[in-house]
Write a protein that binds this ligand. Sequence first.
Ligand code: V55
Ligand code: FE
Length: 524
Amino acid sequence: MSHESDNPVDQGRRGFLGVAAGFGAASLLGAAAGTAEAQPPAGGPPAAAAQAAAAPGPRLFRAEVEIRHCEVEGKVPDDLSGAFYRVGPDPQFPLRQGNIPFDGEGHVGMFRIKNGRVDYKTRYVRNQRWEAQDRAGRILFPMYRNPAMDDPSVKGLSRSTANTHIINHRNLLLALKEDSPPSALDLLTLDTVDPVYSFEGQLNSKTFTAHPKIDSRTGNMVAFGYESEGHGSDIVTAFEVTPQGRKVWEAKVKVPYVGMLHDFAVTDNYIVLYVIPMVMDQKQMDGGGIHWAWNPQGVTFFGAFRRGGDGKDAKWVQGPHRSATHVMGAWDDQGKIYVDVEMSESNPFPFMPMQDGSRWDPVRGTSHITRLSADFSRGAPKDYGIEQLAAWTGALPRQDDRYNTQPYRYGFLGSRDLTAADPRQANACYVRFDHATGKQDFWNAGPGASLAECCFAPRSATAAEGEGYLVGVVTRQNEGGRTDFVILDAQRLADGPLATVKLPVRNPGQVHGWWVREDQLPQA
Ligand code: V55
Ligand code: FE
């Protein structure tokens, strides 16, 4: 894991990373395993080799792949029909020194599953950034979310890498980066059909989150943008769109300070924002650096406001120094709000600079699933609750997405085997949390495996919560990074995959993935 630390004095602490699963470059882009990250390619001219060796991103892939009738070990369940989509950064050209693996152009993958057959296809998101750099043959947006560093030729173009998450809306596949509007793709061909999607002109924000939620009752998409009125803006715009695409609500609120608002929570009655001290650092950007730095003195704010309101009721509850990025599930109950997040004591991202120049701490940067709670029934509470739910580590939790806004029982997480005799050798695994019993069960992916974020696919649109399949991409680091796509019975993870789709190639990294049921897909 070359990005955590290269300093030998840190080896002791790095040993801990053998147990933890987190946001290391390797883990984010398809690894929760303790194996070394891929090495830069050997050979080539010395300058290119040096650049590759110093490149802060993942090994380049860039091959757009199509495989029909994939090889399957086991049997694809008859009642699993639809498509699994994934996206991650796959830099068009090696990242500039000082840049971070969150940059890099979005490369989308699709596993299309129907009648026991699996087809695999990948395409870059051909948006304005990709097209401009393709024509130029070089990087024109050299630094993560620092527009001042852009090549003058790209002024006015969308900066979106579209590399973070992917979600269907109406008959479109939206590829998302939180600093920009979505890019819209065709759900079946993966062709980019609208590089800067504006929700038919209804998007009243310069940005759009990577983590929209689907209302469990209405199917509406609930979303927001932060830095909504432009670079450094402290305005958040939240809104809601029907499945047919009509905007039915919007509100603007001011945040206590400009921090990374990567994910959010939506309940029946509330929008919840959690502000962490991953702060916008203009000085760092003026020096040619990235957008964010971690403020080791910063406090958190748990904020909530009513859905359907004008945002003036927004209340912010101050809390201790913490980080939380992704939400497993959230709900409200008579004014009490519960949000399950992956939470760490401090900066979870090894590649995000510490504002005081201190070294990144892998122990305090390790995340656990944690329940935040706050009682808004009598106005603003004076604090919010923080309760760690289990010892499993990991940073990309999921749930049965039909329960995005409701009380829920089952959560899923890519983690590392807690039961391993030698924690430094702990294999990657997918874990199911049962919040009703407080128990977890898991599938161990075996030695040399890295696991991308998993995704739940229901057996049918009306199946009970958690009844269906857990799907995810396994990178076999001990086979040159070859790809397996696994389909597990979500109620019997320990039994291992029902089907393993074996690809002969490695894969572009994944940040997030999304399942689209057959009935939500256009038919070819
Ligand atoms: C995240 C990922 C991003 C980003 C900001 O996982 C936050 C969190 C892949 O890009 O730009
Ligand atoms: Fe995310």
